[in-house]
Design a protein around this ligand. Structure first.
Ligand SMILES: Cc1ncc(COP(=O)(O)O)c(C=O)c1O
Length: 430
């Protein structure tokens, strides 16, 4: 049996064996579109998924596999697939669970692009995604689980306002009704939070963010815990449809241990085609090698910044899981295992013009929409990443107009604080 290693060992070793790659220490970039068939029989077997192997890089590439397997080892997942973006990971996952009908119960505390897709993409495909505040009250949530609910969708730490959810309780409720729980673990990363250990069935990432952490790729990950009991013929018939390519077998017959990810590969990655490039997968692997070190420093920097902001007259409120004033502090202390992360938000005082002047005068912080980068980033989320939300959605999601989001990087915290201070001064707020 393979040796079980700890997190920090897995992040630089899991899923890749130099002995299978000319002894190359760093995983090679398999920059190829396709793979030669050894024979006509080999081609037939690959196309029918009767033999493992690579045939075309839209649906499989060794470097992409190494990347995906590494993330899986960090989360303790069972099956995994890397795709071309976080949005592809979320969309493919929800399409796979619904297949043109049904409802997903979702947290309102989510990335704006997710909420936007729930309004503007899914209803046209016959899928309702219902945002519910009951996500914070699992008993009330249970009352909302009707026959047509196919899954529950949450972010473990929400973007932009760092809400937490009690996943253990949500999962208990969902599992009583035989539906899976999907967790977007982008902000937390596997270093801070392990969703499978708290009952998640499916985990998705925008691997663009802190997971890989250098602000140089767009990537997504979908993992599951290998449980198949939810996927009954009655509730999820899509797994039981005979497929010609599989010689008339269904996904459930051909992949009894992995129907969920296999169907995403065969249907959505294959036909919608958001494939991750091998070069980006390689950059992702490099990024993961320093995940713990990066997130630990980001957490330390974010805490110092949050403490500074809490005392500033230019600031109305601060939300950061490391602060005593944080509304979910007890939960944060219980579930966040190595710190409180790099993401924090605050409410700036003053007028709209002063907010703009503050942002315009920052010198060290990058003003843009990414997060989890080695560089510190700042953004006015209600006017940018969450600008597509209606006023009602912003109210439900608790995103006030004066919210500013910070993603702390790896610079010296004192320099970052000095930058914020001079920005507030230039805006006439202090
Ligand atoms: C929490 C969260 N999930 C998903 C996404 C979408 O990821 P991507 O930009 O890689 O498509 C983002 C992007 O900001 C995000 O913050």
């Amino acid at each position: 049996m393979a040796q079980q290693y700890h997190f920090d060992t897995n992040k630089i070793t899991a899923g890749y064996h130099a002995s299978e790659n000319q002894l190359a220490v760093s995983p090679p970039i398999y920059q190829t579109t396709a793979y030669d068939f050894k024979s006509a029989k080999h081609a037939e077997n690959l196309f029918a998924y009767e033999e493992a192997g690579y045939l075309y890089s839209r649906v499989g590439n060794p470097t992409v596999t190494y990347f995906a397997e590494r993330v899986k080892a960090l989360d303790g997942g069972k099956n995994v697939l890397a795709v071309g973006s976080g949005m592809a990971a979320i969309t493919y996952t929800l399409l796979n669970l619904t297949n043109g009908k049904g409802t997903i119960l979702a947290s309102p505390y989510l990335y704006g692009g997710s909420i936007d897709s729930f309004d503007r993409l899914f209803p046209d495909l016959g899928i309702q995604i219902k945002l519910t505040k009951s996500i914070l009250d699992p008993e009330a949530l249970e009352a909302e689980i009707t026959e047509d609910v196919k899954a529950i969708f949450v972010e473990s730490i929400s973007n932009p306002n760092a809400y937490l959810v009690d996943l253990d309780k949500i999962s208990e409720v969902a599992h009583r009704h035989h539906i899976p729980v999907v967790v977007d673990n982008t902000v937390a990363t596997p270093y801070l939070y392990q969703p499978f250990a708290h009952g998640a069935d499916i985990v998705v990432y925008s691997a663009t963010k802190g997971l890989t952490g250098h602000g140089n790729i767009i990537a997504g990950i979908i993992e599951d815990n290998g449980k198949t009991e939810y996927y009954t013929k009655q509730a999820y018939p899509q797994f039981y449809t005979p497929i010609h390519m599989l010689k008339g077998k269904s996904i459930a017959e051909q992949f009894p241990d992995n129907p969920f990810i296999s169907r995403i590969l065969l249907v959505y990655l294959n036909f919608l085609g958001a494939a991750l490039s091998p070069h980006d997968a390689y950059l992702g692997i490099l990024g993961i090698e320093t995940l713990s070190e990066r997130v630990a420093k980001q957490s330390a920097n974010a805490l110092k910044i949050a403490e500074y902001l809490e005392k500033s007259p230019a600031v109305e409120w601060v939300r950061y899981p490391g602060l005593k004033s944080y509304p979910f502090k007890e939960l944060a202390d219980k579930i966040l295992i190595h710190g409180f992360g790099g993401l924090l938000s605050f409410g700036i005082t003053g007028t709209k013009e002063q907010k703009a002047a503050f942002l315009d005068h920052l010198e060290l912080f990058h003003y843009h929409v990414n997060l989890g980068d080695v560089r510190s980033l700042i953004v006015n989320s209600p006017d940018t990443t969450h600008s597509e939300l209606t006023e009602k959605e912003k109210e439900i999601a608790d995103i006030p107009a004066n919210l500013i989001r910070i993603s702390a990087g790896l610079e010296d915290a004192d320099d970052l604080i000095q930058d914020l201070e001079q920005g507030f001064r230039a805006a006439g707020l202090i």
